[in-house]
Design a protein around this ligand. Structure first.
Ligand code: BES
Ligand code: ZN
Ligand code: ZN
Length: 482
């Protein structure tokens, strides 16, 4: 898709459709919309689309009046969603060139970025494995901003980098487990790194054994597909910050549950159990292009969790890289095991701050549904940094507790720690387990089990991976101070 910034008046923009946000309670009288607004046919409610052909006074073939809700509540996140929904609406009608009008209070950088992101995210299709050749992609998209500042060009290209990286994550995350094995994921990481000028190292089984990653290897041992730990390094030319951010993502390419096998209903969704890892790859892709002033390294432990004669058993005791022993009481609680070793390795590689993202627990879906990411942290400042970045990106996150009392549930007479506690507060005990491996390093854990993919399509997004929390992670790095 070709993305451009137009500073000419909206009336002069030639496009298949010009998207015009219409606000609740506000009069839009351009392009022949006056009577529709007066009659109430166009009310400006969020999600309302009205397509006008041969609109009065416009060079565009069509005007799409897009309901935007109340103007006072319309922020960049709302615009991103509105543009994505509009693009999906237009594509249904085979309109493949579009523009969006940004005027009034919506002429700033955040809005211009969000508009481009909306278009690229809305254009995304999961039809890679469909053989029919009627696939349609948006050919061009323009941000029309007659009163914008000189910084808008940069904002538009930043939006493009972010959304393309988020789509990279979505595409990778949706690949099925027969095609995307741990080593295939490592190959994808290598290819991306080479294209973006990043350093990529893949640690294979023998190296993981040498490092003593018993927790990760225990999960991997049931699968014929060997494990891999992907490490991708970004180093700024002039580091303005002494900090070193580590991004750790769960890369379980398929989670059958192992010997503690899952029920068959919805087991296909467990191909998404590498969404956290895919998000870290997407974030590194954007970071390579936006060049933040801080060193960032991604660590992505990749395994397949399978049952079989070589699989680990409930009751097994493994020794993690940190030296702690873990009793495996449920082989389906595998994410925390591979993350334990990856977090230890990240600390030993010199990371001063850590963020992990993982489709870790069904319990977080019970707690927060599909709206908010569950956020856990051992450090208030780090928690606030991530929450601020998330808020600015419209990726909703909710702080969750991490009190020491929750650790009681992970006590076992047979090892230092058990990998599961009781049923209650399952998302918290999973986070408390991870905390044991972060020691005193400031760390945020993002449980994205409810938000990394959609079970049902929404107007602005198809069913499948969402690409969360790529934008938050990139903003965290780009806006890093100290
Ligand atoms: N990958 C799952 C968590 C998950 C559940 C992700 C639903 C997306 C949707 C994870 O490995 C898992 O199986 N967790 C168990 C933990 C339990 C055994 C303590 C769970 O949540 O049931
Ligand atoms: Zn599991
Ligand atoms: Zn899992």
């Amino acid at each position: 898709m070709q993305t451009t910034l137009e500073r000419n008046p909206a009336e002069q923009i030639a496009a298949g459709a010009l998207i015009v946000p219409v606000f609740e309670g506000e009069k839009e009288s351009r392009f022949g919309a006056a009577r529709l607004v007066e009659s109430g046919e166009v009310a400006g409610k969020a999600g309302e689309f009205t397509l006008l052909h041969n609109p009065a006074g416009a060079a565009a073939e069509r005007v799409l009046l897009a309901g935007a809700g109340k103007a006072a509540r319309f922020d960049a996140a709302a615009l991103r969603k509105l543009v994505a929904g509009s693009v999906r609406f237009l594509k249904e009608k085979k309109v493949l060139s579009a523009a969006v009008l940004l005027d009034g209070d919506r002429s700033g950088d955040e809005f211009a970025s969000a508009a481009v992101e909306g278009a690229i995210l809305g254009d995304f299709e999961l039809d890679r494995h469909k053989t029919a050749n009627d696939k349609k992609a948006l050919a061009s998209f323009a941000v029309v901003c007659p009163n914008g500042a000189a910084t808008l060009e940069a904002a538009v290209s930043r939006g493009q980098v972010l959304a393309e990286s988020q789509n990279f994550t979505r595409a990778l995350a949706s690949e099925p487990a027969n095609l995307l094995t741990p080593l295939a994921m490592a190959a994808a990481a290598r290819e991306m790194s080479q294209q973006q000028g990043l350093e990529c190292e893949v640690l294979e089984r023998s190296e993981l054994e040498r490092l003593g990653m018993g927790a990760l290897l225990g999960v991997a041992q049931g699968s014929a597909a060997p494990p891999a730990l992907i490490v991708i390094r970004y180093r700024p030319q002039q580091a303005a910050s002494p900090s070193h951010l580590g991004l750790v993502g769960k890369g379980v390419t398929f989670d059958s549950g192992g010997i503690s096998i899952k029920p068959s209903a919805d087991m296909d969704k467990m191909k998404y159990d590498m969404c956290g890892g895919a998000a870290m790859l997407g974030a590194m892709r954007a970071i390579a292009q936006l060049k933040p002033p801080i060193a960032v390294t991604a660590f992505i432990p990749c395994v397949e969790n399978m049952p079989g004669s070589r699989a680990q058993r409930p009751g097994d005791i493994v020794t993690a890289m940190s030296g702690k022993t873990i009793e495996i009481l449920n082989t389906d609680a595998e994410g925390r095991l591979i993350l334990a070793d990856a977090l230890t390795y990240a600390r030993r590689q010199g990371c001063t701050h850590l963020v992990d993202a993982a489709t870790l627990t069904g319990a977080i879906v019970v707690a927060l549904g599909h709206i908010h990411v569950g956020l856990f942290s051992n450090n208030d400042e780090m928690r606030d940094r991530v929450l601020r970045a998330a808020r600015a990106e419209g990726e909703r996150m909710w702080p969750m507790p991490l009190d020491d009392e929750y650790k009681e549930g992970l006590k076992t007479p047979f090892a230092d720690i058990a990998n599961v506690g009781s049923r209650w507060g399952g998302a918290v005990t999973a986070a408390v387990f991870l905390k044991e491996f972060t020691e005193d390093t400031p760390w945020v854990h993002l449980d994205i089990a409810g938000t990394a993919y959609l079970d049902e399509a929404q107007p602005h997004m198809p069913k499948g991976p969402t690409g969360l929390p790529v934008r938050t992670l990139v903003r965290l790095a780009v806006e890093w101070t100290n």
